[in-house]
Write a protein that binds this ligand. Structure first.
Ligand SMILES: *[C@@H]1O[C@H](CO)[C@@H](O)[C@H](O)[C@H]1NC(C)=O
Length: 249
């Protein structure tokens, strides 16, 4: 049953790719430009907020027992500054994102329900917030970059799709379990950081709440418009000593 579910999720992800146009316009973009070190000033070619944080969370009772779920993907300034609570484009801070997804892109909606659940039980509010505050700050997804190739909500679908695929690519549950770190145990914070460093070659930021693992942040620069390249965390862990990694269910 479990493998059936993950196969259908994979098939859903594959069909999604063809449903969403490749938002990679601008033939003239230098494809190797790296965000934060590039000289291109064209924010359609290279993201203006070029240090990007993928934040995965571990929350009891939410999401698959064997997967971290998503908090979000946050484009930050190159020095790690945040973009602000109201996002970057008020004309695209769509209301009721859950409703839009459910009718406009049910496949994506289904993956979001699985891998991006709110721990307050209101996915619509959570996704609306993450899109408005963070998604609108991905300057390479600005509709103005695509002209007539743009269909309403492509920017938002493209953002969510990218975040889901990064979560799948950087599967922290698997990285931990390959290192003998499995839910239900307590582990040295140093060993948890080392497991990620051994697998990915970069340091991650771990966050804890009352000694229990809550989030893991991975940092990226962006090559070209949408090729995410891992880089070391620039922030300190809030986990130290022995960390609880509870079973979800
Ligand atoms: C965690 O591991 C580090 C490095 O091996 C070690 O120095 C430290 O004493 C350990 N901490 C705990 C709480 O076991």
């Amino acid at each position: 049953m479990k493998s059936f579910i993950s196969l259908s999720v994979l098939m859903a992800a594959a069909s999604l790719v063809s449903a969403v146009p490749v938002l990679n316009a601008r033939d003239s973009c230098p494809i190797n430009a790296l965000s934060c070190s590039t000289t291109t000033a064209d924010t359609c070619c290279s993201p203006k907020y070029g240090l990007v944080l993928l934040v995965q969370q571990w929350v009891k009772n939410y999401g698959p027992a064997d997967a971290f779920t998503l908090h979000g993907l946050w484009p930050d300034t190159c020095s790690g500054g945040q973009t602000g609570s109201s996002g970057c484009d008020s004309t695209r801070t769509y209301a009721n994102v859950g409703t839009i997804l459910k009718s406009g892109n049910p496949t994506l909606y289904s993956s979001m329900n699985t891998y991006w659940p709110s721990y307050n039980d209101d996915n619509n509010v959570f996704w609306t917030h993450e899109w408005g505050k963070h998604g609108t700050c991905v300057t390479t997804l600005d509709p103005a970059c695509f002209g007539t190739e743009y269909t309403k909500y492509d920017d938002m679908y493209g953002y969510f799709d990218k975040v889901l695929s990064l979560r799948q690519e950087y599967d922290l549950y698997k990285i931990f379990s390959d290192a003998g770190i499995t839910p239900g145990g307590s582990y040295n914070a140093t060993a948890m950081v080392a497991a990620i460093e051994n697998a990915l070659g970069v340091s991650a930021k771990l966050t804890c709440s009352s000694g229990t693992l809550s989030e893991i942040w991975l940092y990226f620069y962006v090559k070209g418009t949408s090729d995410y390249i891992l880089t070391d965390s620039i922030a300190s862990n809030t986990c130290s000593g022995t960390v609880k990694y509870p079973a979800k269910y």
